[in-house]
Ligand binder design. Structure first.
Ligand code: CLF
Ligand code: SF4
Length: 498
């Protein structure tokens, strides 16, 4: 168990006091001092790549425990039609459809970014991810990025695009120091594409069917090649559409790996008639969790897979899985705002130290597990309630998602997340919700949380799920390893107290 017990639960809005308290407990200065802890790359990554991903919550699973992103919806126009999109709602490339976003001018967006940066020290990335296409509405995207970097030079810029207009803007992206670009690539075969894209608009002309998808495919591959050649990290998003591209995504994975994509994020189609999309209205369903997992397993060994995507809204604010956009709607922002860098700078230094400590703890736990457990020991799935920081720091009843880790003799790995309605409402548990949480946790052996009451713990035990609060505020990897050793009978089990 780690000796450094710090909860990041309070490190959110109005949190400078909490930040100082957390950092003081780590023995760090609170005034933005540098050099507090190691900033070295992990063993399996070169330092240049690490410098780009270490504070990007989407490009590094580890970083998503510490850093937040925000999206601004500034570019509503689009140059293609996807059968899963209705632009009255959000862009389904990077966001959950079904909720209308607040559209912003570039000046409004820049003001909002300052407001969030002053209140959320975890903020590291500004993304433009719909509704619409960031490159089809290029002037607004470019103006937003240049306004923000004038105010906050260290803000990482990230954009998402369908790729059609992307090749025209690669040089400007390089000039603006954009080093993360996502292209949504759902096919490399235009016959498959024709089932996803009814039309595109390119060079002032509209194209339909297979011809449209052929052009889109060529432009996507060109964009990918150009970005990789310029050293920009490319994440490829693919929407998994059962019966249309499920088997085909293996070929997509191989091709984007061959061309140098950094990550491949296979996302489930979200389809509902209420969204008014072609797929929603014609009954095209999304994949089950098992179908998604099957495709991801088929792709293992190819391009690195992103598994911690939360399919964020186009106006999302906060850590992945968190949605704090409503706290920063335009009507709540002051007219004049000045950026104060102190909170973000101090936080970055604190994370560097915390990260080094967590890594050392995880390595110790891995060594201990590998040394003591038989080679044939089975795999376990352990769900954790966390508010970030890589620690078990959330009460069971407050969790609206659980991060699930798989553990075996080779170590602890993030596997997937499961969402649910939180069990506690206004301080009291709701029976109906507990049933749904239990259904959400199907297949999970153990849940780790900071606190749980007797009643829900016993109900979960009857459903075959052990809940432990003994590892409250420990690092996730350390705790999951300890649970594993206990389950395998090779270490003393923790008492299951409530
Ligand atoms: Fe936004 Fe996308 Fe940049 Fe991340 S989201 S533009 S790369 S900063 Fe991240 Fe959200 Fe998944 Fe996107 S979790 S939907 S992958
Ligand atoms: Fe909709 Fe995005 Fe597709 Fe354009 S690229 S049609 S905004 S999902």
């Amino acid at each position: 168990m780690s000796g450094n017990i710090v909860s990041l639960g309070g490190l959110t809005i109005g949190s400078k006091a909490a930040l100082e308290k957390a950092m003081a407990s780590e023995g760090c200065a609170t005034t933005g001092a540098t050099g507090c802890g190691s900033k070295q790359a992990p063993d399996d990554m070169d330092p240049a790549t690490w410098a780009k991903v270490k504070d990007h919550p989407c490009y590094s699973e580890e970083a998503h425990h510490y850093f937040a992103r925000m999206h601004v919806a500034v570019a509503p126009a689009c140059n293609i039609q996807c059968n899963y999109c209705n632009r009255k709602y959000d862009c389904a490339n990077e966001s959950r459809p079904g909720v209308v976003s607040e559209r912003l001018t570039p000046a409004e967006a820049a003001r909002k970014v300052i407001a969030v940066a002053n209140e959320v020290p975890q903020l590291s990335v500004l993304g433009i991810a719909g509704p619409g296409d960031s490159c089809a509405d290029w002037k607004k995207t470019k103006e937003t990025f240049s306004r923000v970097t004038q105010d906050i030079p260290d803000m990482r810029l990230c954009l998402s695009s369908n790729g059609l207009a992307l090749p025209e803007h690669v040089e400007e992206l390089v000039d603006m120091n954009v080093d993360h670009v996502t292209i949504t690539i759902n096919m490399i075969d235009p016959e498959v594409g024709a089932k996803i894209y009814p039309w595109i608009r390119h060079g002032g002309k509209r194209y339909y069917g297979v011809e449209a998808s052929q052009i889109l495919h060529e432009r996507q591959m060109l964009a990918l090649d150009m970005l990789v050649a310029r050293g920009i990290l490319v994440k490829v998003n693919s929407v998994l559409i059962p019966g249309i591209n499920d088997e085909h995504l293996l070929a997509v994975n191989k091709e984007v790996k061959r061309r140098g994509a950094f990550l491949h994020n296979i996302m489930p189609l979200i389809s509902d008639p209420a969204h008014g999309t072609h797929f929603g209205l014609t009954g095209q369903r999304g994949p089950t969790a098992a179908e998604l997992q099957k495709v991801q397993e088929a792709c293992s060994g190819g391009a690195n897979l992103m598994k911690h995507c939360r399919q964020c809204r186009a106006d999302a604010v906060g850590l992945l899985g968190e949605d704090r956009g409503q706290e920063f709607s335009l009507d709540k922002l002051p007219e004049a705002l000045e950026y104060d860098p102190a909170g973000r700078e101090s936080y970055k230094d604190w994370v560097a130290k915390e990260r080094e400590d967590r890594r050392a703890a995880a390595a110790d736990a891995k060594a201990e597990t590998g040394a003591t457990v038989a080679e044939t020991a089975p795999k376990l799935l352990v769900a954790v309630a966390t508010q970030g920081g890589g620690r078990i720091n959330q009460h069971f009843g407050h969790a609206s998602e659980f991060q699930v880790f798989e553990v075996d003799t080779t170590g602890v790995r993030f596997a997937f997340h499961r969402r649910c309605d939180n069990y506690c409402v206004d301080g009291a548990g709701e029976e109906g919700r507990l049933d749904r949480v239990i259904a959400t946790l199907e297949g999970i052996d153990t849940v780790l949380c900071a606190k749980i009451g007797d009643c829900p713990r016993e109900t979960l035990a009857e459903a075959g799920i052990t809940v432990l609060q003994d590892y409250a505020y420990d690092y996730i990897e350390t705790a999951v390893s300890a649970v594993y050793r206990a389950r395998m009978g090779l270490a003393p089990a923790q008492a299951e107290t409530a």
